[in-house]
Design a protein around this ligand. Structure first.
Ligand code: SF4
Length: 262
């Protein structure tokens, strides 16, 4: 699909996408999710990480769905269409920055997301999953070795991040052909972007039907190695690195940094 058709399709409804081959799961990211920071794991842990990554790589089934919306409304100037002062629900104060999506009832009330989306005219909603195989492996390991189950948990988290990175690269590449640029992805549950917005994203992308992901009453995703997120799209490049604001050397002075409003 060329970029024009992809963007038109994503503006008209959810678009399904999977990488042509399973993305590589990072051993360093797996170690980080295990709480080892950037320290080099000792050889037995390293071997366990490598073996869990290999096992997971054989069962993961990456699936993604995304949809593009226009952002409407702003309190200050037409040049900054991302943020707007929304009236709160009855009894709550107004004037909290929020994001409105055209053609929907969705208003996302989050200062951090509003800051990140400043100057964006569009927003991409997406869901991604590594599939149910990771959960099966983890459940099986929990019977025989909790240590291995913990490494599989960490490798599963790294796997779904690798899938999100692959989707990010795909979307970024297509958008750049149209002179548009991505801000870092931003997930419900981060900062003051409430986890409850997962319900709206799930409904708007029909995650159960499109990628087999459901939400429990406590907002856990099943399969557990799944993610929902949004990506702001602007015609101005902020020069965002794919790892996001936390590692960006501009995050102290950048007007769009999600870390400044958290
Ligand atoms: S701080 Fe860096 S990554 Fe975050 S929005 Fe600004 S330029 Fe992009």
């Amino acid at each position: 699909m060329n970029s024009d058709r992809l963007l038109n399709a994503a503006a008209a409804g959810p678009v399904l996408w999977s990488p042509s081959q399973n993305p590589e799961i990072s051993a360093a990211e797996t170690a980080r999710y295990l709480g080892l920071g950037s320290a080099m794991p000792d050889p037995p842990v390293q071997r366990s990480i490598e073996s869990c990554i290999a096992e997971l790589g054989r069962v993961m089934e990456p699936r993604c769905v995304f949809r593009l919306y226009s952002i409407t409304g702003h309190a200050d100037t037409a040049a900054e269409p991302a943020v707007k002062n929304c009236a709160g629900p009855a009894g709550e104060p107004a004037a909290e920055t929020c994001v409105e999506l055209a053609g929907t009832q969705l208003r996302i009330r989050s200062r951090a997301l509003s800051a990140n989306l400043r100057g964006c005219s569009k927003i991409l909603l997406f869901g991604a999953t590594a599939g149910p195989g990771a959960d099966r492996l983890i459940r099986r390991a929990e019977v025989t070795s909790m240590a291995r189950a913990a490494v599989l948990q960490a490798a599963g988290a790294a796997a779904v991040e690798a899938i999100c990175d692959a989707l990010n690269r795909k979307v970024d590449g297509e958008l750049r052909k149209e002179g548009l640029f991505c801000r870092p992805r931003f997930s419900p549950g981060y900062g003051d972007f409430p986890l409850s917005y997962q319900k709206d994203i799930s409904r708007m992308l029909d995650l159960p039907k499109n990628i087999g992901v459901t939400l429990t009453d406590s907002l856990m995703m099943l399969p557990s190695k799944s993610v929902t997120a949004v990506i702001g799209i602007s015609d101005r490049s902020a020069g965002c690195p794919p790892q996001g604001c936390e590692v960006c050397d501009k995050h102290n002075e950048c007007a769009y940094s999600r870390t400044r409003a958290v």
